[in-house]
Design a protein around this ligand. Structure first.
Ligand SMILES: *Cc1c(COP(=O)(O)O)cnc(C)c1O
Length: 400
C-alpha cells in the first residue's frame, strides 16, 4: 500500500512524493495462485500443504523436524512447555527484543531473567549469562536481532555445562547462518516467524524446528488441543474417528491456506534475501564514512538475514536526538521504526520487577540512538537512493 503524502521538505513544490513505507510484503501472482488452488481444493485448514511446508522448511534449515504454527509466539510458548518450564522457573533472555520473547515465560508464571546485550551486535552478551544462572534456571532464549546470529558457540558451551536447553527466537533469522550452520539446526529448538513484516510471510504464522522426536511430539499434541491425533488423520477417508485428549492444549495450528503461501515464499526466500543484502550494502556504502552514523555490524563468517537495517546515531556529533531525526525522516517521506524499546522499560516489566532504565545500560543506551530504515525486496533503487538522500540531508542539517 502506497500512501501519498506531501513532503514538508518540498513546501512550495507542486510535486507529490510517494511515501516509502517502512515495510511491505513481497507477494506475487505465484503466491496468489497457490492460495486460490488451496481454497478450491476442498481442504483449507491444517493438512497436506502444512506438512509439505514443514518438510521443505526443515530441509532448508537442516533440522530433523519442523512444526507449522500460527505464530512464532506460539512456537516459543510450546517449546518452553515441552521443556518443562513451570511456575517459579527462570528463563534467561535479553531485554532487547519484542514483547513475545518474554511474555511466553510469563504465561507459566515463570520469570524472564534479562541479561544485557553486547553493544556491537545487540544480541545477548554471552559473558554475562553465567552470572544469571541459578538453581531455578530452565533454559536460555537468545534472539538473533535483525537477523544477525547471536554468539551461539559461547551460548551452547554454557548451556551444555549447566545442562540447560537453548530455544532460539529466530523471528528475524531466516535465512541466517552461524558460521557453517543454518539457524534452525543449532539449538535444541528454534522458533521462526512468518508475520506480515518478516523475511518470509504467511500473514500470520510460525515454525518450530527441532531434532528431538519427543519435543516435536509434545509440541504437535499441544498445538492442537492436546489431542493425540492430527485433524488430517481424524477426518481423512482412511482415518479413524477416535482421538484422545492428553492435556489441556492450545489452538496454534497453521492453516493450509497460509501454508500454501509459505511454500511459495520459501521458494522465493533466496532471491528476496539477495535483494535485501544488496540494499544493505548500498546503505553501508553511503553511511560507512559519515561520523554521525554507525552502520550495522556484519561478519563474513555469518549469513546476516537482513530482516532489519538498524542504523545507530552518534548523538554526540548531532544537535538533535533520535526522536527529531526520526520525525525529519518521516517529513521527507521515509517510513522508519525503532528496534527495540527494551522490555525492562515497558510499564509491565518495570513495575513487576522494579526495573530502572540503567539496570540494562547497553540495551537502554543503544535503544536511545537506534533507527531502523526500510529494507525489503520490493524496494527499487530509486527508493533506496531516496532513503539515503533523506538520511544524509537530516545529518547535514544537524551535524555538530
Ligand atoms: C515478530 C517477533 C516475534 C513474534 O512473532 P509472531 O509470529 O508475530 O508471533 C517474536 N520475537 C521477535 C524478536 C519478533 O520480532
Amino acid at each position: 500500500m502506497i500512501t501519498i503524502e506531501r513532503s514538508p521538505s518540498l513546501a512550495g513544490s507542486t510535486e507529490d512524493v510517494a511515501f516509502i513505507p517502512f515495510t511491505l510484503p513481497d507477494i506475487t501472482t505465484e503466491e496468489t495462485t497457490a492460495v486460490v488452488d488451496t481454497l478450491e481444493s476442498g481442504w483449507i485448514t491444517t493438512g497436506s500443504r502444512a506438512r509439505e511446508f514443514e518438510q521443505e522448511f526443515a530441509a532448508k534449515v537442516g533440522a530433523r523436524h519442523a512444526l507449522a504454527l500460527n505464530s512464532c509466539t506460539a512456537a516459543l510458548h510450546l517449546a518452553l512447555d515441552a521443556l518443562g518450564v513451570k511456575r517459579g522457573a527462570e528463563v534467561i533472555t535479553s531485554p532487547y527484543t519484542f514483547a513475545a520473547t518474554a511474555e511466553v515465560v510469563r504465561y507459566f508464571d515463570a520469570t524472564p531473567v534479562f541479561v544485557d546485550v553486547e553493544p556491537v551486535t545487540l544480541n545477548i552478551d554471552p559473558t554475562r549469562i553465567e552470572r544469571a544462572i541459578t538453581k531455578s534456571t530452565r533454559g536460555i532464549v537468545p534472539v538473533h536481532v535483525a537477523g544477525f546470529p547471536a554468539a551461539m558457540d559461547e551460548i551452547i558451551d554454557i548451556a551444555r555445562h549447566y545442562h540447560l536447553p537453548v530455544v532460539e527466537d529466530a523471528a528475524h533469522a531466516f535465512p541466517c547462518a552461524y558460521r557453517d550452520r543454518s539457524v534452525g539446526s543449532i539449538g535444541d529448538c528454534t522458533c521462526f516467524s512468518f508475520y506480515a513484516t518478516k523475511t518470509i510471510t504467511t500473514g500470520e504464522g510460525g515454525m518450530l524446528c527441532t531434532d528431538s522426536d519427543a519435543l516435536l511430539d509434545r509440541c504437535r499434541i499441544m498445538s492442537l488441543h492436546g489431542i493425540s491425533k492430527h485433524a488430517w488423520n481424524r477426518y481423512a477417508a482412511d482415518g479413524t474417528w477416535s482421538y484422545e485428549i492428553m492435556a489441556p492444549g492450545y489452538k496454534y495450528n497453521l492453516t493450509d491456506i497460509a501454508a500454501s503461501l509459505g511454500i511459495v515464499q520459501l521458494h522465493r526466500a533466496g532471491r528476496m534475501w539477495l535483494r535485501r543484502r544488496e540494499i544493505a550494502s548500498r546503505y553501508n556504502g553511503a553511511f560507512a564514512d559519515v561520523p554521525q552514523l554507525q552502520i550495522p555490524h556484519d561478519d563474513q563468517a555469518m549469513q546476516h538475514a537482513w530482516h532489519l537495517y538498524m542504523l545507530r546515531l552518534n548523538l554526540e556529533r548531532l544537535t538533535c536526538d533520535r526522536a527529531v531525526f526520526a520525525s525529519e525522516l518521516k517529513n521527507r517521506g521515509i517510513g522508519i521504526s525503532v528496534h527495540f524499546i527494551p522490555l525492562h522499560i515497558h510499564p509491565y516489566y518495570r513495575d513487576l520487577y522494579d526495573f530502572r532504565p540503567d539496570d540494562f545500560p547497553v540495551a537502554y543506551h543503544e535503544y536511545l540512538r537506534e533507527i531502523s530504515l526500510p529494507i525489503y525486496s520490493k524496494m527499487d533503487d530509486t527508493e533506496v537512493d531516496r532513503v539515503i538522500d533523506a538520511v544524509l540531508s537530516v545529518v547535514e542539517h544537524h551535524k555538530r
